[in-house]
Design a protein around this ligand. Sequence first.
Ligand code: HPA
Ligand code: ZN
Length: 343
Amino acid sequence: MRYEDYLRRVPKAELHCHFEGTVRPATFAELARKHGVALPTQEVDALYAYDTIEEFLKIFGLVSTTIIDRDDFARVAYESLADGQSLGNLVYREMFFNPTLHTRRGIAYETVVDGIVDGIRQARHDLGVDCRLIADVYRQDDPAEALAMVEQVLAHRPDELIGLGMDGAEAPDPPERFVAAYRAARAGGLRLTSHACEDAPPQNIRTCLDLLGCERIDHGYHILDDPALVARARDEGLVFTCCPTATATVYGWRDLGTHPIRGMVASDLRVTLNSDDPTMFHTDIGKEFVDLCTALDYGPAQVRRFCLESVDGSWLDDGEKRALRVRFNAQLDALDAELGEVA
Ligand code: HPA
Ligand code: ZN
């Protein structure tokens, strides 16, 4: 077996992937046609090109405007999980979505979440891949809007919805703006995470941990600028959800050999690998493992660490985690044996 095939086939749990960033280009074009949404070009693949987070977020918003009916939300969620499974042996995902990107267009929150959950349940039934949801604060929203979103989430909450996160452009809008939204989410029993230190100083991680109560950090790369914080994260067992390709594209580590993930792993931090916005960055969860692990020369032992760290860092309950670990270890043992025989 080629190492590339091994990397695609290892079992994966994914903790950092945005619903709106998983729309297949063909589905994007079809939904735009269905709803009469004008696009700057019919060659939608050409729209999936950006050098900065702002350019990316503009297209992320445009894609979102084509998802309107409950069926659209279900379809996108289903295809997203099917793609993860077929391209990278995705077994489980905790998936972000941005309620306010949809509700501000006049779509009822219930349509959004019920549609996504329809797609998740259908994928679980047909394919056996499982998924939970994390509602994201969009940083460019004002804090009152974010708090209202959390209240809406808590008022209509399917079992799949387990957490609150935060995305959008980090540099202009620091996390302390959203203390009230996080406090309400915590009081309502949601788990907490946030994008941080993707494009801002380490202070944002401190704020997320100490002020917002975050249990995980999404991205986190600039922690390497602060050795004391690295030591704290290591001591506390903080889990980071890192995304090789997306950040290589919009933050300038074009050569994955220079990506901060390397330093985070070398510092013994708990790193997981994720696809972020797979279709929008021309990637998938299998390709993320292939590209990063070959660029950084990571062998099967480190690959197993990545796979199991995602299970341990997930918000499944302890029994579910134990069962998933057993399943992952068995699959990894079998794949290691196959790799060894052919190598
Ligand atoms: N960072 C910031 N905003 C985002 C991201 C991300 O990784 N993905 C979707 N919106
Ligand atoms: Zn992200």
